[in-house]
Design a protein around this ligand. Structure first.
Ligand code: ADP
Length: 453
């Protein structure tokens, strides 16, 4: 949009008397309609024009009004109205009487063009407006020239109609709002119902979980009670058994004593049998007592800094006496120095002795080996043998009290050693695990924390 036709105003008018305000308003709306502003915007710019015109008439005595089309840097078009006051603005400034005026248009400012001060307002044309080519602008001018300004009364009628239309719009918006509100309330009711339903389901589930927990608590209390009464029974029975068995052993010893009356050879053999059976029984009773004590939590580990090398030396010495088969070698590997561990030395000794003893009992040829390694913050003790091995489905069962692998060579024992060993290891804050398969030997691994429980 260049050249003279662009600089030429679309329409020019004079504001001198009160009636001119109506004319300017009416013509402003016509210009807005011709250049393609939407209905709402036509009313807005017409209203802004009449307000500013009223202000200028009062403060400066009138103005010359002209309408133009501008293009901005982004090639978007604006309808611009310039009101050049006939006398200077007070203080060279213009403040609209009503602050709302500036909200009716996109820009409202005071500019000085070629030494003339004008109050200028503009409103952007919508994308749907016809492209303001020079030809189109010429057509606009012709069209606006044709329409004659109407009277103040006519303009008043138009304004009334516009007011009614605006009221209608407000009413329809209010109706829309009511419908929306109703919908919102409906949705709210739905959400509330859903929420209530969810809450109920959640409460139901909660009640189920609570009941389940109560049942679980009850069951574990029952289990605890059962386990406690078992331990108490074991402890009492063992304790009661110990006195008579010790008496039998003592009396047997008296019978075979050289100070007593001599026995016949057969009697001597039978008394020996009674004594050895009673010794076995005492061994069993003592093991039961140990286990009952461990289970009832009456064993308090006494933690000290233990050097493993003397412990291993002692095990080597005491177990050599049990390694009676020449086909089986007992190997206790010397742990690499420094072999330090914070634990209960006596309990650890009992566990390892028990495992090594089992290895020697069940291995017919090959070797039984003990070795210790440190892995990070744990010590691993491995007791491995080349014995018959244990089927994987029995790995848990052999840790149950009195369980002995069926069909295995009977080599004595009670089935209490492994449960006791595992109990002690747990007391020391460790684990006792088994790796074994039939025909492949067994490896029992005790894992203990380096720094104690
Ligand atoms: P006990 O040795 O007094 O029978 P344990 O509780 O120590 O009782 O062991 C339970 C059972 O586990 C044993 O009877 C035996 O059948 C099996 N078992 C334990 N250690 C080994 C092993 N090193 N090799 C093969 N079987 C074993």
């Amino acid at each position: 949009m260049t050249g003279e036709s662009a600089a030429l105003p679309l329409l020019q008018m004079a504001l001198r008397v009160e009636q001119d305000i109506f004319v300017i308003r009416q013509r402003g709306r016509e210009v807005a309609a011709v250049v393609g502003l939407e209905h709402q915007d036509q009313v807005r710019i017409a209203t802004a024009l009449s307000e500013v015109a009223r202000d200028l008439l009062r403060t400066t005595g009138g103005a010359d009004v002209s309408f133009h089309i501008d293009a901005d840097a982004d090639s978007r078009f604006h309808l611009r109205a310039d009101l050049a006051p006939v006398s200077p603005l007070p203080d060279g400034r213009y403040e609209p009487q009503s602050g709302a005026v500036s909200r009716l248009v996109d820009t409202l400012s005071v500019s000085t063009v070629d030494g003339v001060t004008v109050v200028r307002m503009s409103r952007r044309l919508p994308a749907s407006a016809p492209m303001p080519t020079p030809v189109r602008l010429a057509e606009f001018r012709t069209e606006l020239g044709r329409t004659a300004p109407s009277s103040a009364l006519e303009e008043l009628t138009v304004q009334n109609a516009q007011l009614i239309a605006a009221l209608d719009e407000v009413r329809s918006q209010r109706d829309d709002l009511a419908v929306l509100n109703e919908e919102l309330a409906e949705t709210n009711r739905g959400v509330l119902a859903l929420y209530n339903q969810l809450t109920e389901e959640l409460e139901e589930t909660n009640r189920g979980v609570v009941a389940l927990y109560a049942e679980l608590d009850e069951k574990s209390a029952q289990l605890r009670a059962a386990s406690e009464s078992k331990s108490r029974f074991l402890a009492n029975v063992s304790h009661e058994l110990r006195a008579p068995v010790t008496a039998i052993i003592g009396l047997g010893r008296l019978l075979t004593d050289s100070a007593s009356d001599p026995l016949t050879a057969e009697q001597g053999r039978q008394v020996d049998l009674i004594r050895s059976s009673a010794a076995d029984l005492l061994g069993l009773v003592n093991e039961l007592l140990d286990l009952a004590k461990a289970e009832s939590g009456r064993i308090e580990p006494d933690l000290t800094d233990v050097d493993l090398r003397p412990v291993f030396g002692q095990l080597r010495g005491t177990l050599r006496a049990l390694a009676t088969r020449p086909e089986v070698e007992l190997v206790v590997e010397e742990p690499a120095a420094p072999a330090l561990l914070r634990t209960d030395e006596v309990l650890l000794g009992q566990v390892l002795r028990n495992l090594l003893h089992n290895g020697l009992k069940f291995t017919e040829r090959g070797e039984v080996r003990l070795r210790a390694r440190q892995h990070g913050d744990r010590w691993h003790f491995e007791v491995s043998d080349t014995g018959p091995g244990i089927a994987p489905d029995l790995h848990d069962r052999i840790f149950e009290e009195f369980y002995q692998v069926p069909g295995a060579t009977r080599v004595g024992g009670t089935g209490l050693g492994l449960p006791y060993a595992r109990r002690l290891v747990t007391l020391l804050g460790g684990t006792l695990e088994l790796t074994s398969a039939p025909g492949q030997g067994s490896t029992f691994t005790v894992s203990l924390p380096v720094g104690g429980m």
